[in-house]
Write a protein that binds this ligand. Structure first.
Ligand code: HEC
Length: 94
């Protein structure tokens, strides 16, 4: 992984991975973000900022709502987005 993604990985692990899984593969609490429906044409970067700031009403899956995530700044989420986009590219999704 490129060194500049370490901050995003750390923020993701601390704030998102308990539901979205290590490396974004999903858990029993939340969907994988390394998934076709979260590639940039379906869920662009603003959707990630909105999700963290406001939470998400369940609409694609059966996991329930995503709460808003306290303790991440928009800068943190920008770093998380870079990390997720990189994982998506590695997986051949984008
Ligand atoms: C408590 C569990 C939980 C945590 C923590 C969590 N999420 Fe989620 N997230 C969910 C669930 C569940 C959904 C799916 C909602 C649905 O059915 O569409 C979701 C959906 C999303 C979506 C899709 C939004 C949309 O418009 O459909 C994004 C993007 C996202 N999460 C990003 C994040 C990021 C970034 C973090 C960390 C800052 C995070 N999530 C932390 C549970 C979580």
């Amino acid at each position: 992984m490129p060194a500049e993604l370490q901050q995003g990985e750390a923020a993701f692990t601390a704030n998102c991975a308990r539901c979205h899984g290590e490396r974004g593969i999903g858990t029993t609490q939340g969907p994988p973000l390394v998934h076709k429906i979260y590639e940039p044409n379906h869920h662009g970067d603003p959707a990630f900022q909105r999700a963290a700031a406001n939470g998400v009403r369940a609409h694609h899956w059966q996991f329930g709502d995503m709460p808003k995530i306290d303790g991440v700044t928009p800068d943190d989420v920008d770093q998380v987005i870079k990390y997720i986009r990189w994982l998506q590219r590695q997986a051949g999704i984008m």
